[in-house]
Write a new protein. Structure first.
Length: 215
């Protein structure tokens, strides 16, 4: 039997899906490897900035084999503007070497294998699963965390616990698109710290509507 919370969630997502018909991954990529690299670079960085950096990076190092043997100094220079470039460069090269050595140069297709790669957490793994491989992946970033808490879908702060709650609440086939939709909504309207509740198409279904000062 569908619970009231599940009904509310389905209604909210149906409305937001119509409101954001183009909701999808904003990172530019052509292969699962490129998406994995771009997602790692997107940590503490905007997708717009990552999309400015990756074309040159992928021309210079097209795949994991090339990146595995890259000069770390050159790699750092190419990704410098994404922030935390030294740590990201180290993780990217270690990730590339692992993909080459353990997966014959192919990005793995399971969550446990993906999170076992250097620099890859559950959010990045779920991006790759859902977007590159069309497998169920519930991405929990800052937008998804904020909105799911405001909507009453979870009470947790920890992303892993939020992911668990959302996976229990929502059918598998909706996990990937839910992430896309909530990220679009978070960027456009349900902002932090002050949401634009007067512009929100689901404000009437939101328990926090009127509690958080809106504009």
């Amino acid at each position: 039997m569908t619970s009231r919370k599940q009904q509310q969630a389905e209604t909210v997502l149906a409305i937001l899906d119509q409101h954001y018909p183009d909701a999808g991954c904003a990172l530019h990529y052509q292969t699962p490897w490129e998406l994995l690299v771009a997602t790692i670079l997107s940590a503490q960085c905007t997708d717009v900035r990552v999309n400015q950096v990756t074309p040159k990076l992928f021309r210079r190092f097209p795949g994991p084999e090339e990146l595995a043997s890259a000069s770390i100094e050159e790699l750092e220079e190419l990704i410098h503007t994404t922030g935390f470039f030294r740590n990201k460069a180290k993780n990217l090269q270690q990730c590339a070497r692992t993909v080459v050595a353990e997966y014959a140069g192919q990005v793995p297709r399971t969550l446990p294998e993906l999170v076992g790669l250097p620099g890859v957490g559950r959010k990045t793994a779920n991006v790759v699963l859902g977007t590159a491989y069309a497998l169920p992946g519930m991405v929990v970033d800052t937008h998804v965390k904020r909105i799911s808490r405001r909507l009453g879908w979870t009470r947790h702060e920890d992303p892993v616990k939020i992911e668990r709650d959302l996976c229990r609440l929502l059918p598998k086939e909706s996990w990937t698109q839910t992430g896309h939709i909530l990220i679009f909504h978070g960027r456009a309207i349900c902002k932090a710290p002050v949401p634009r509740c007067t512009q929100c198409p689901v404000s009437g279904l939101c328990p926090k509507h009127g509690v958080t000062r809106s504009r």
